[in-house]
Design a protein around this ligand. Structure first.
Ligand code: NCD
Length: 351
């Protein structure tokens, strides 16, 4: 008959022997992360623009050496064409190996959490994760749980920092301004952002960044897509300002740059909009642009709904820089990825 071994005596858990639970610090946010434009100092913005210029000028063979065989994961919980492709091309141009995990074809579909997905990617050797998520703030959670540099490729209705940086690069080059930016670089420049401001992370990141460079940012749209409170988002160190103007023609008359936005049907949550009325008041069409902003630079982050917020004539017209924006995405994202992997953890944490 087998003799049951006595279980080893557990250490007494009496009050005298209880050790204090060790404090487990959560990993700090890696300083190579970019989660919001507000965490970037103007010096960092300058460095990113400078690095983008430098990397773009290098030969493909030289560029390929920067991050040779380093591992970068793209984690996309939302659809994307230009952001995903340009991040991937940027990483590959620097020599890195990339993997793409999307919610449609991974264990995310089986209910795996963001935290577990992030830890899995880290265990597989990912050194940086580029995240797009429908949830505002998701990149902060991923940064805290993995300790890796996280690049926010758009989180819900919160921010889209790499888009704001590529838009800035486009604006500077079109207005003939130096990339060596400071708090007055865009003094005297008026930029209208028109459309579905409420749901737009692009609008938020742009307004937050451009107003710190001295620009006057006019937000334009109907009340359901642009609450009055939006004028209050200007950061403390804004040297420009953020205004609301409901009349698109008036906003156009004052603007050197006009950024049109898509109505984000996937985030409207039951909000009913009269699209014919919307077009009548806010569409960027040839007549309106010719009459009120014949020289303005016309931008759109994409995807565009042609015939709704913008007509083909304007989108493909001589004032449009929409393709240039897409093109600038690769250079900016190369700089962000290089920065993510070259910033040491010991440096001061900056979100
Ligand atoms: C935007 C986005 O996904 O936030 N597009 C982009 O990344 N270029 C805007 C949009 O979806 O309308």
């Amino acid at each position: 008959m087998p003799v049951k071994k006595k279980a080893p005596k557990k250490p007494s858990s009496g009050p005298t022997s209880r050790k204090p639970t060790p404090f487990v610090a959560r990993p700090a946010i890696h300083p190579g992360s970019l989660l919001s434009v507000t965490s970037l100092s103007l010096e960092e913005v300058r460095n990113i623009l400078k690095l983008a210029d430098q990397l773009e000028r290098e030969s493909p063979a030289r560029r390929n050496q920067h991050l040779f065989k380093r591992r970068i994961s793209l984690l996309f919980y939302e659809s994307s064409t230009r952001t995903r492709t340009s991040f991937e091309l940027a990483a590959k141009a620097l020599g890195a190996d990339t993997t793409l995990v999307s919610d449609k074809s991974s264990s995310i579909e089986k209910g795996e959490s963001l935290k577990d997905t992030g830890l899995t990617l880290r265990a597989l050797g990912a050194e940086c994760i580029i995240l797009r998520s429908p949830y505002s703030g998701a990149p902060y959670l991923l940064a805290e749980t993995t300790g890796l540099p996280i690049l926010n490729a758009g989180d819900g209705m919160h921010e889209h920092p790499s888009q704001a940086l590529l838009d800035l690069r486009t604006i500077l080059s079109r207005l003939g301004k130096p990339s060596n930016v400071g708090s007055n670089t865009l003094k005297g420049v008026t930029i209208t952002i028109c459309g579905d401001i409420f749901h737009s992370r692009v609008a938020r990141s742009n307004a937050l960044l451009l107003s710190r460079l001295g620009a006057c940012v006019i937000l334009c749209g109907p009340t359901p897509l642009l609450p009055e409170a939006a004028a209050q988002i200007a950061p403390e160190d804004a040297t420009g300002r953020i205004e609301i103007e409901r009349d698109f023609s008036r906003a156009l008359q004052r603007s050197q740059v006009v950024m049109m936005l898509r109505i984000q049907a996937e985030r409207l949550a039951g909000l009913a909009l009269d699209l014919e009325e919307y077009k009548a008041r806010y569409q960027a069409n040839a007549e309106r642009i010719a009459q009120y902003a014949p020289k303005a630079v016309i931008m759109h982050p994409g995807p565009m709904i042609r015939g709704l917020e913008i007509t083909s004539e304007v989108a493909d017209g001589p004032q449009s820089v929409i393709e240039e924006q897409v093109h600038n995405g690769v250079a900016i994202r190369m700089a962000l990825i290089a920065r993510a992997l070259s910033t040491s953890k010991e440096k001061k944490s900056s979100r």
